[in-house]
Design a protein around this ligand. Sequence first.
Ligand code: GRF
Length: 188
Amino acid sequence: MKRLAVFVSGGGTNLQRIADYFAPNPNVEIVCVVSNNKGAFANQRAKNLGIPLLVVEKEYYNSEMFIKRLISLDIDLIVLAGFLWLIPQGLIEAFPNKIINIHPALLPKYGGKGFYGHHVHEAVVAAHEKESGITVHYVNERYDSGDIIFQAKVALSPTDTPDDVAAKIHVLEQENFPLVIEGLLFKK
Ligand code: GRF
């Protein structure tokens, strides 16, 4: 049995997709959703999916207790799916190469602090990029800068608005993210 934790801050469409994808697979379980936002719709999704939800505040998030709790859950992979807080050094050390993030652009472009959500797509459109995409990467102590695991691209048209780009990225995420996770969980 492979055990996942999914960290969220927002809408949770990626959480939903990952949960739906693995639902028929008896060898994968999302054992915990961690949210840093008590108002996130992702929290409601976790409840609807019957996944234990842990809403964290900054002090607990940065504590040894939080790390111990995650270790006690025997997690194979921590998946950041729209999670906006930096991962503490201690957590990275406790889960070496076991924390991944999905970023809605082709890193190393449009990454780093401040490049999240719509800000990313607005910057891509402002720069008249001809393509964008998604990047799945390992998480280190800096935003969006760990080793890249997977990228997928999509062509942009000159008339695309940030909303249009977001919709294209959403499709790429839904198609690819669960497959990348599955590949990591079962790689030989
Ligand atoms: C996604 O675009 C993801 O790539 C980015 O944040 C967004 C989260 O969306 N890191 P959701 O909360 O999964 O709907």
